[in-house]
Design a protein around this ligand. Structure first.
Ligand code: PLP
Length: 454
């Protein structure tokens, strides 16, 4: 093994293939062709008794794997809210992967720990969150939300004289959890995992943009948990945080801001996040809007003691290190050094770059909505940020139209059900998407409709 680290041929091969992949991204089908997907059967083999040469492994991965990827790093992918990858963040990750650091504690990786601390300071400043806010790095917003809600649950039960770490949940006093009907599926999943249950929460209806109806929120107190949203996954809409805070009576407020929270960095769009600083905890992704590589979820919490005691179930273990131990803020121990690519993305963009990134997504979304409207498509949402819901006529026609777009190989996006109708959902969240890409996308919509004959 040690002598093999000196032989760079497999690494050179891997880099050569990665460069080829980057250079070919415009030509590659945005969704893999059927033949490429069928070829994946080549991987269905018994584990061999003997070793396989490294070069053969990398070669196989590129030959059969690369063509079966989603061309997400190009500018024509608009599926889910996936985002692309900032080149220098990828480069930083390559280096950090070589280091193979364990970001659990300061002692296991001083560099991972240092960059985690720096990224925390930058993010708290950029999003204008309360000064004492602390951050933990996890796999994604699903986990970040879960951790935020574990902390919230333990804190409100503590107020009722119940210690969850010691006494568990059986027999615990009931707590009120208030959530929008429009919350992301991952929040309901978190509630199920938490032992709160999806059925025992109070679901509040939303307006025509998917914003929680503030007036329908019941009278709360400081032993309730209220879950809000910065960026509805369909419309991109934001709840009215300030107004809701004024009615919340000290309830723990958690904001799911997976892709939307970053608009706080833009002077033009930050009106959408007005009042987020009044919440107690926030979850947000690096790998969506910020375009970091995958596996970058962020939990932010105003109450350091609450978060750390929720994550360090055994009291004797509970310690705040002078040097930052990242594992204190999350559920995992061993973790890759997520802070490296997060730090590199922020360092590359700077404050103005983050602002330009989110404003760029918004400008292109407005442009797309305008051009589609001119071409007689129906836009179903207000374009507050980066999500565009498109309809050509009926659920049936939308599905047929989408099928043509998806099979074109020129672009890819998904659909959703919005107010009872199946509609096409375009998410603009890749730094690589240009105005020309938006024009091409509009042309694809128009020619797909011609093919439909309607
Ligand atoms: C994507 C998303 C999530 C889940 O985030 P993951 O990083 O996929 O775990 C939660 N909430 C919203 C609004 C999202 O868009």
């Amino acid at each position: 093994m040690r002598s093999e680290l000196k032989d760079k041929s497999i690494f050179n091969k891997s880099i050569e293939f990665a460069y080829k992949y980057m250079d070919n991204i415009e030509e590659q089908s945005v969704y893999p062709e059927n033949s490429a997907i069928e070829n994946l059967d080549i991987f269905d083999e018994e584990l061999s008794d003997n070793s396989t040469a490294g070069i053969e492994i990398i070669d196989k991965l590129h030959r059969f794997g690369s063509p079966a990827t989603i061309a997400q790093i190009g500018g024509m992918y608009f599926g889910f809210v996936n985002g692309s990858i900032i080149p220098v963040a990828l480069a930083a990750r390559w280096l950090a992967d070589t280091w193979d650091q364990n970001a659990a504690m300061y002692v296991s990786s001083p560099i991972a720990s240092k960059l985690e601390q720096v990224a925390q300071n930058w993010i708290v400043d950029l999003l204008k969150l309360p000064e004492k806010t602390v951050m933990g790095l996890v796999s994604g917003t699903s986990t970040a939300t879960f951790i935020g809600l574990v902390t919230a649950r333990n804190a409100v039960l503590k107020k009722k004289g119940w210690n969850v770490n010691e006494d568990g949940l059986f027999g615990a006093p009931k707590i009120r959890v208030i959530i929008s009907e429009g919350a992301h599926s991952s929040v309901f999943k978190a509630l199920a995992l938490l032992g709160i249950g999806m059925g025992s929460v109070e679901r509040i209806p939303t307006d025509d943009q998917g914003r929680i109806l503030t007036a329908k929120i019941p009278e709360l107190d400081d032993t309730s948990i209220l879950i809000l949203q910065a960026g509805n996954v369909n419309t991109g809409a934001f709840d009215d945080f300030r107004e809701i805070y004024n009615r919340a009576n000290g309830a723990w407020i958690h904001i799911d801001g997976a892709f939307g929270l970053w608009v706080a960095a833009s002077s033009k769009l930050k009106y959408l996040t007005d009042g987020i600083d009044l919440a107690d905890s926030w979850s947000v992704d690096g790998h969506k809007t910020l375009n970091t590589p995958y596996d970058c979820g962020i939990i932010l919490c105003k109450h350091e003691y609450g978060l750390v005691s929720a994550m360090q179930a055994t009291g004797s273990y509970l310690k705040f290190s002078e040097k930052r131990d990242g594992m204190l803020y999350v559920a995992e121990m061993s973790r890759r050094a997520r802070s490296v690519d997060l730090w590199a993305s922020l360092k590359f963009l700077g404050k103005n770059g983050v602002s330009e990134l989110v404003e760029g997504f918004h400008d292109l979304s407005v442009e797309l909505a305008n051009l589609l409207t001119i071409n007689n498509f129906i836009i179903l949402n207000e374009i507050v940020f980066n999500q565009v819901l498109v309809s050509c006529k009926s659920s049936e026609k939308n599905s047929e139209l989408l099928d043509i777009l998806q099979k074109s190989g020129q672009t890819w996006m998904g659909d959703t059900v919005w107010r009872g109708q199946r509609v096409i959902r375009v998410s603009i969240c890749s730094w690589a998407t240009t105005k020309d890409d938006i024009n091409s996308l509009v042309n694809l919509f128009v020619s797909a409709r011609l093919l439909l004959g309607s």
